[in-house]
Design a binder for this molecule. Structure first.
Ligand code: ADP
Ligand code: ZN
Ligand code: ZN
Length: 719
């Protein structure tokens, strides 16, 4: 009798055997099958077959896929994910499959449409239909846009249908025809040798770090390397941190290769499954996607590119907490193909892998053509009066840039109006009722030009009315302390009444069409001010920005989280990289109360690499990554003592191993949405030892009661 081993979609740390059906339908590894499980029927994945003689096995039900949905490398990858991240194997397989696949939907792609404009500019007849006009302008700008991206751009279907009715767009079945349109750009010497090195590594499991300053032409290198891969009949996977916020990347790939599929969180379940199936069948040759695209199946993958490899969005923070960058490297190994990690500001782990010669490095030191890197200045604001967070010398500098038709980018690492509301009489602060956290005041334009204010908890999204008086002492001197993007926006609007002002943060970019329109207006040139959060650091090409102001560099450099200085340095270099991209020289001003901060000085005096040298020494001294392997065991519960107790139990179970344990200690914020959160840090000089300790823990887990606990290997931060 044939026995098949099946991964069932349950958070269980084992696989289950079933008797193969006697209907002769093959159930090859990677195929989905319906199997009886715990009184219900579930969709599982066959992961192995054997000859066996056990007679009391339950038979499998229907075989859903004649051709396996998971390729052998993905089966291996699922096993690796479960082992490395100490995640239940059933959950690892469920993470690989798109939602519709988990529900047993047939693996047949529905044909999507590409919407193509039939005119070159919106005609005057659209004057009375602003939504259609905007949508059409966007389609013209992006060329052909497929159903998935139309949704991501926020264009409603009825607007498209209306444009279709007017004959201004047409929907063409998306039948990708891949080709290579010559770029027409002459590569620099550095670019040429990078392309040659990547090309020479085709068919081998090599990792290249492409370390190129912002705007140095990394994307051009990816595209040339991919040309060769496509010519060899293989497929390419390009991971990016954001798709909706950076449509120009997809646009460039489509212009160069005729087509490119996308996979991102804005897509519907159907679109995700379709893109997935088309990559598996080989119909799609290029997939551009965010984090989860690293788990997509391919018929014949030839290269993986991870753009902005340092970006924190590559780390999954819930469930199976994988790092898409690290998974990409693992997949490259399993498939025997090159992986290119690109960044101007690589993370310390990657740089350490270069030092240890596990990864190769390819450098692009200069921007091509006339573009130059910006100059940095540190503005010591001690003793200076700040106007809504901005010091006078900086404002005067802004005057000059704006008068010269330059654009000014103001980076504020916090959204909302002000992060703290405090009573001037007794010191009371507005706190969330469900979290141990302060409330951020936000403002919204109300009816008739009025302004409404609400306090919002950034941890649980609960909203509160602003009190008229202090609830503790009745005092009326309530003060808003600290600055967020809205407050800076208000102050600048008042100072520069005629200058177009754009705010770009998570509140303004919920509608991606608005962001796209704003970015287009900004790129059209002329004096303008951009105020925004780290969203501004995400690879936008803003050629007319000549001054970048970092309002507050201190919070990040002084944070207790071991990764905060690295993240802050990356953000500063990345926002700075928006300046001086065209022929115009750019400059960067950084406001600080701590001008002698070692990290900041190193960054200013010797650039990101100088910062890395300083930061490396600090990490090495304390044995933190990349010099030690780190995991966090987290527990949360409505009952505070329960959360602590689980981790005490965990700590005891891990104590026989050569692992340094710290905690249980409160996470930040300790209480979130009425649940108490604690954590235990486990650090080891030797990664295998850490893994042994974690494996022992999963083999004999703590008695958690009603608390939930989870393991995070290679966590982003320690809070
Ligand atoms: P990065 O990905 O490193 O930020 P891009 O590939 O986006 O850089 O290149 C930045 C700009 O420089 C783009 O407008 C690109 O077209 C241009 N560019 C890239 N390589 C060259 C080159 N060899 N010569 C001229 N311009 C180039
Ligand atoms: Zn008070
Ligand atoms: Zn809250």
């Amino acid at each position: 009798m044939q026995v098949v081993t099946v991964a069932v979609p349950r958070p269980l740390r084992r696989l289950f055997d079933y008797a193969a059906g006697d209907d002769g339908v093959p159930s090859a590894p990677g195929s989905r099958v319906r199997v009886p499980f715990g009184g219900a029927e579930v969709v599982g994945v066959v992961v192995g077959q054997a000859e066996g003689s056990e007679h009391d096995l339950k038979p499998i039900g229907e075989v859903l896929d004649e051709t396996p949905l998971l390729t052998p490398d993905l089966i291996e990858l699922a096993n690796w994910l479960a082992r490395y991240y100490h995640h239940p194997i059933g959950g690892a397989y469920a993470t690989l499959l798109p939602k519709l696949a988990r529900r047993g939907a047939p693996a047949r792609a529905t044909r999507a449409l590409v919407w193509q404009p039939t005119v070159e500019a919106p005609p005057a007849t659209l004057a009375r239909a602003p939504a259609q006009r905007r949508a059409l302008a966007m389609l013209i700008e992006h060329g052909g846009v497929d159903d998935a991206d139309v949704a991501a751009l926020g264009v409603p279907r009825r607007v498209l249908n209306a444009l279709d009715g007017r004959g201004l767009v047409r929907g063409v079945p998306l039948d990708p025809t891949y080709c290579v349109v010559p770029g027409g750009i002459e590569l620099t010497d550095e670019q040429r040798s990078a392309v040659a090195a990547i090309d020479a590594s085709r068919g081998t499991a090599v990792v290249h770090l492409l370390q190129g300053v912002t705007g140095s032409g990394k994307t051009e290198v990816y595209m040339r390397a991919i040309e060769r891969v496509l010519e060899a009949g293989q497929q390419a996977l390009v991971l990016v941190p954001e798709i909706a916020l950076t449509p120009q990347t997809t646009r460039r790939f489509r212009a160069r290769f005729g087509a490119a599929a996308t996979l991102h969180s804005g897509a519907t379940d159907r679109q995700r499954f379709d893109a997935w199936i088309d990559c598996l069948s080989g119909r799609h040759r290029i997939l551009i996607g965010t984090r989860s695209a690293v788990l997509a199946p391919f018929q014949n993958l030839g290269i993986i590119v991870v753009d902005e490899e340092h970006d924190p969005s590559y780390k999954q923070t819930e469930g199976l907490t994988y790092s898409a960058r690290d998974v990409a490297v693992k997949r490259g190994q399993l498939l025997g193909i090159p992986v290119v990690l690109g960044s101007a500001t690589p993370c310390l782990e990657t740089l350490e892998n270069v030092r240890r010669r596990r990864y190769g490095v390819l450098r692009l030191r200069e921007r091509p053509g006339a573009a130059h890197l910006p100059r940095f200045s540190v503005l010591d604001v001690r003793g200076l009066a700040l106007r809504e967070g901005l010091a006078e010398p900086l404002l005067r500098r802004m005057d000059r840039h704006l008068a010269a038709d330059g654009q000014v980018l103001v980076f504020v690492n916090r959204r909302g109006y002000a992060p703290v509301l405090v009573c001037g009489d007794c010191g009371w602060q507005a706190l969330c009722a469900h979290c141990d956290a302060r409330l951020t005041t936000h403002r919204w334009p109300g009816a008739n030009g009025s302004v409404q204010a609400l306090m919002v908890c950034h941890h649980c999204e609960e909203r509160y009315r602003l009190p008229a008086a202090c609830p503790d002492c009745g005092g009326e001197r309530l003060r808003l302390v600290g600055v967020g993007t809205q407050r800076v926006e208000d102050a600048l609007a008042e100072r520069y009444p005629g200058v177009p002002l754009y705010r770009i943060d998570r509140d303004t970019t919920r509608r991606t069409d608005r962001l796209a329109a704003d970015l287009d207006a900004i790129r059209a040139g002329g004096a303008a001010i951009l105020v925004g959060t780290q969203m501004l650091a995400k690879g936008h090409h803003l050629p007319d920005v000549t001054l970048v102001a970092v309002v507050d560099a201190d919070a990040g450099f002084l944070s207790a989280d071991f990764r905060a200085p690295e993240r802050t340095a990356q953000l500063i270099v990345q926002v700075a990289g928006r300046a001086g991209r065209a022929g115009r020289p750019g400059e960067v001003w950084i406001q600080t109360l701590d001008p002698d901060n070692g990290n900041l000085r190193a960054l200013i005096d010797s650039g990101y690499e100088g910062f890395v040298r300083t930061e490396r020494d600090i990490r090495r001294a304390v044995g933190m990554p990349p010099f030690g392997a780190l995991a966090i065991v987290r527990a949360e519960s409505r009952d505070e003592a329960g959360a602590v107790r689980v981790l005490e139990d965990v700590s005891m179970r891990m104590s026989p191993f050569a692992v340094q344990l710290a905690g249980p200690s409160p996470a930040f914020p300790t209480r979130r949405a009425d649940r108490y959160r604690y954590q235990l840090l486990a650090l080891s000089e030797r990664r295998p030892e850490l893994h042994r300790a974690l494996a022992a823990l999963t083999r004999s887990p703590p008695d958690a009661g009603r608390a939930r606990w989870s393991i995070d290997v290679d966590p982003l931060g320690v809070f």
